[in-house]
Ligand binder design. Sequence first.
Ligand code: PHB
Length: 381
Amino acid sequence: MTHKRNTLRGLAAASLALAFGFAAQHAAAADPIKIGLILPMTGQSASTGRQIDAAVKLYLAQNGASVAGRPDTTRRLAQELVVNDKVVALAGFGLTPLALATAPIATQSKTPMVVMAAATSAITEASPFIVRTSFTLPQAAVSIAEWAAKNKIKKVVTLVTDYGPGIDAEKYFSERFALNSGVVVEKLRTPLRSPDFAPVLQKVRDANPEALFVFLPSGQGAAFMKQFAERGLDKSGIRLIATGDVTDDDQLADMGEVAMGVVTSHHYSANHKSAVNQKFVDAFKKANNGMRPNFMAVGGYDGMRVIVDGLKTTKGAGGEALLNAMKGQVFESPRGPVLIDAQTRDIVQDIYIRRVEKVDGQLYNVEFDVQKAVKDPGKAK
Ligand code: PHB
């Protein structure tokens, strides 16, 4: 397996050349099937790129394929991957704006586009060729809102990053919380780029809610937790609840005492108890110097599975045939049972309520409750 990575403005694109048994049916064996993978590799979302890249490589190493690379930025990259590299699928998409920018290319070229990370509900509606293997913020936010209301929390302040997934998290948390007689007394937002948590944390202190609900994209959780502790909020009696993006497995081990007891909702924990997950975590760590997989890694791993299984069905053909072969796939992911809903092309999955605890001396999100087979609440409008 060869993998050449080039970065320009923080994005990397690789065209993965897959050599499978069915390649001969598709074209000459020397004419490999290609998938275009576009990921953020620097800056705030670097961990997303690193995790997905590692997971994609792990899946390919376990299932036999070779990889080659080429550079550029998202939309143009996607265009080049489709036109020049003739990729059968586009994949990756670490942030919502990058997925939305690429959607028209998927539609125009009839290329299936597998969103492995971005999680704004509306993304799958931006192109009929989009399939998602990550999650949606409404899935996570609704579950933690219900948990909070059931656990005698009545007054909450919300704090989210001011773009697609944050706006979804704020809306779906607030609506479900209100439905269960809760009150959101203040809605705070921080910018996606270089957020400063000090001023919003002061506002939280002044509002003095029973709990603070937070969504921040993967990669920002550690900086937030540090500020939360430095300002003494962890000792203020204000409970911290969040989507699992904040207690991300990529950063959780280094967050320290402040994270202990934080309750979150999400689709994946590296601590998920199943044979499939144990095998995945062990293989991932072994292939990556002990790095713990996070929810981005699982989105990448499952995304590759959906593409490769689809290609097995189509015998290597892309386009609408591949799209149709991805729709309706059911399998056991490291996260638990999943379905790619044939109507919405979005993932249906279990959402867990977890508490940060020490397991063998290391911090983990320990699952203690579950909502089974959650469809994206954002689609039910
Ligand atoms: C997104 O941009 O859609 C996104 C990024 C990181 C997350 C969740 C959503 O953790």
